[in-house]
Ligand binder design. Sequence first.
Ligand code: PMP
Length: 569
Amino acid sequence: MNIFTPHLFRQQFPLIESHDNSLIENDALTPSLVYFDNAATTQKPQRVIDCQQHYYQNINANVHRASHQLSSKATFAFEKARSLVQGFIGANSVKEIIWTKGATESINIIVQSLARNTLVPGDEIALCVSEHHANIVPWQIVAEQTGAVIKVIPITEQGYLDLDQVDNIICERTKFVACAHISNVLGRINPIEQLIAKAKSVGAITVIDGSQAVVHLSVDVKSLDCDFYVFSAHKMYGPTGIGVLYGKRELLESMPPYQAGGEMIKTVSFTQGTTFNSLPFKFEAGTPNIVGVIAFAESINFLAPFLADVLNAYSLFEQKLVHHCYQALANIEQVNFIVEGIPDIGVIAFTLTDHHNHDIAMALDTQGIAVRSGHHCAMPLMTYLHTDGCLRVSLSAYNTITEIDYFIHSLKNILLEESLNQPDKRVSEEVISEPSVKELEEIIAIFTSTKGWDSRHREIMLLGKKLPRLDKALRNEDTVISGCESLAWLKAESSTQGIYSFTGDSDAKIIRGLLVIVFAAFNNKTAQHIHQFNINDYFETLGLMQHLSPSRGNGVLAIVEKIKALAQQ
Ligand code: PMP
């Protein structure tokens, strides 16, 4: 299937196909999945899944090491994949293609192997304000280690890297310029050609984070003339845990190994010293993710023809989806796009007036719609845009117009729904007549008698409404729960007998509901009980594990960690 045809393309993805979304058209049932979180990771086509299985059933052996046929077969497939990636991004040599765990590891290699050994105090590193944390934090660490300084390039109103500011920021002191080809929040194709040219004019090394680009654009590192280009397989229909560090050969040659072990050595001796392997193996210590590499090649074989198609059918279809979704969202009064204009790729970020992004994402989830809410690993961008988070719809070419229409319809319904919009009359009466503090047994009784995520979600929201709001003065640095993606606060009191009681609040209704559930487990308990309590078992009992397994993302883990930290034994 080399010519892009939307329904044939979609059919390649078993996880998508197994949820029968044709039901949306008949309005008969809620579809079980509308997957709009493709910027986080894409689904995998059958041939990639089969390829992994085929590898383990037929080829599995360690690479480069053994003198037997099976190992040769595995090594051949492994190195063939490297050549494929070389061709896919237009690199000069296979020596320039290093396998890593993904974009994050690729950036860390550049930073710790090259930047750490070359930066001196006062040198500058230029980053765009919209970078993913993976392209910020490694640089912050190296700045700390070397005395270098980070300079931040702002964005325009439309969300592009601001070229007008680049001239003021990039100067003779700039040694590294790191920027995303496409931001994972703004969906803008940054003018990296101009950025690279500017960096080169001052002799700075360029690091381009292609994580969001490679699935949408044909990339040619030679014509870009960047020094490094990094990406992950899992965002381009490939497996997780494998990615690429492309680097110009002379730079990679100059860099010491990042990790040491097998494969990256030439000779090892206690008396003569150890010598390192040549590129690319110098950077590939230990047994690599062989199956990942081979399945990654399969995903490139799947994707590359669509990107190379002169008729551009794949990209045009993606554009059609973006335009449709953007226009429909623009017609909803409460929608505020976080930057101006239709994004260049299918990543649309917005907030909703008077609604917390987590509440909307959870409500959409009850309708089978998977979107992302929060800071999207771009907290500096959120600060820059004066928001603490947003919703992100990220589309893939296997999505459909029907799915978008269903999403818009569901979103409008959610916004209309009384429970989210206005104080519910029945509930406000209950607030007065019912105590807000729930006992554990009561919570268990509510959830074990409630079936389905939709109903359980409603119960959580109702519980949230019963939580008394924390006095504004108490929402401060001391009470804030760090790590929770919404703003949330927790206050503990303990009696002389060492019995704890907790109060809390959040700007997201769903978190307020979760606070009530968590408090039921921890209130009026000793520190010992609090530390022994197993939150996972509790969520399992409540039937919430599948939907809200305690994590920092949904806040539960961050709340529990803070409770445990406050309950000193
Ligand atoms: N950069 C960008 C722009 C991304 O979107 C991501 C993943 N969300 C990363 C870097 C990190 O990728 P990975 O987690 O696969 O290493």
